[in-house]
Design a protein around this ligand. Structure first.
Ligand code: ATP
Length: 330
């Protein structure tokens, strides 16, 4: 089957004026050598720090921007040459930019969009009913878009982008600024849509819980380069995020000696703190180098352990780590 997204060595440079120099030009490489394949039905999170190259990628996938080098195919089409055909097969939602007509109510918006996409009237009506129901738009269908709350408008945007039942939906920060309930509604809708139609999703977001709820695969772009392609758990491993073993002791031990393995060699583990005068201790460790069992055995050699828990790396921390430190620690 043809992949829904396929890029090969995709690169985009911009030539910008050098600040303070009248004729100087600097080349900014927004995206460098991106080679990815996304198959039909996948839900992929595309993440990276501000300026990493996410929007540039989306613009090339949708035919808004020409690549400087490399190749891109979206739904099997060259996005620049077949932009119109492509528009019938993809839906794009920008959290920070509305695609709706400000003065029109949603009820009048959808027929216009359906006409642009060449949807037959019966199909437009059927799909509108389905989307109004799934996104709970009924109460504000007749309100001009400019009077809608952000959450209402985003639901309206989503319906607009999905009216023609696209096979690929690209969402650029779709939950930005939304309250918890609206976020949950949006995610639930996208999950149901995907389950019902096998829609492919490409999602950029700074909200890792969007990724946790919606995507099984994460692409991380760092300074224009692909730095990770895998699931969230392996992203944590890539950046060396640590698990934490929390142990509660039977009696307080304000100070514990250096933890060692059975042969007396120090374990690669960080004692990251204690509470309750030494009743509870936390140890961070890299699963690639130490196991929770080894840490527990080492602690038990010095004190009676009454209870324990393992804290998995928080994905927000993982990404913050990536963003603040780059991937030099990977
Ligand atoms: N039209 C342009 N002209 C010059 N430089 C640009 C242009 N568009 C993007 N860039 C530069 O390319 C790099 C990547 O930008 P891009 O907008 O793709 O990043 P992003 O990951 O989408 O960031 P954000 O999360 O802030 O939207 C940045 O250094 C940006 O300044």
């Amino acid at each position: 089957m043809t992949p829904v997204i396929e890029t090969r060595s995709l690169t985009r440079e911009f030539h910008v004026r050098t600040p303070g120099r009248r004729f100087g030009r600097t080349t900014v490489t927004a995206l460098s050598d991106l080679t990815i394949t996304v198959d039909a039905g996948e839900a992929v999170g595309y993440i990276g720090a501000n300026g990493a190259g996410k929007s540039t990628t989306i613009k090339m996938l949708t035919g808004i921007l020409t690549p400087t080098a490399g190749e891109v195919r979206t739904c099997g089409l060259d996005p620049m040459r077949r932009r119109r055909d492509l528009a019938r097969r993809i839906g794009v939602v920008f959290g920070q930019r509305s695609q709706l007509w400000w003065d029109l109510p949603l009820r009048d918006t959808y027929p216009v969009l359906a006409a642009i996409h060449g949807l037959p009237t019966a199909e437009e009506r059927r799909r509108t009913v389905e989307l109004v129901d799934a996104l709970d738009l009924g109460a504000f269908l007749d309100t001009p878009v400019r009077q809608l709350s952000l959450g209402q408008r985003m639901r309206g945007e989503l319906a607009a982008a999905l009216l023609h039942s696209p096979e690929l939906v690209i969402l650029d920060e779709p939950t930005i600024g939304l309250d918890v309930l609206s976020k949950a509604q949006l995610r639930e809708f996208l999950r149901a849509e995907r389950a019902a139609r096998g829609t492919t999703l490409l999602l950029t977001t700074h909200d890792m819980s969007d990724i946790e709820h919606l995507c099984e695969r994460v692409l991380l772009v760092d300074s224009g380069r692909l730095a990770h392609d895998g699931d969230l758990a392996s992203l944590a491993r890539t950046v060396g995020a640590k698990r934490v073993l929390v142990v509660d002791l039977a009696t307080p031990h304000p100070r514990l000696p250096v933890l060692t393995d059975g042969a007396g060699a120090p374990l690669t583990v960080d004692h990251v703190g204690s509470e309750g005068g030494g009743l509870r201790h936390r140890f961070a460790f890299d699963t690639a180098r130490t196991s929770a069992a080894a840490v527990l055995t080492a602690v038990s050699a010095h004190a009676e352990v009454r209870d324990l828990a393992i804290e998995e790396p928080d994905i927000e921390d993982v990404v913050r780590h990536v963003y603040s430190a780059g991937l030099s620690g990977a």
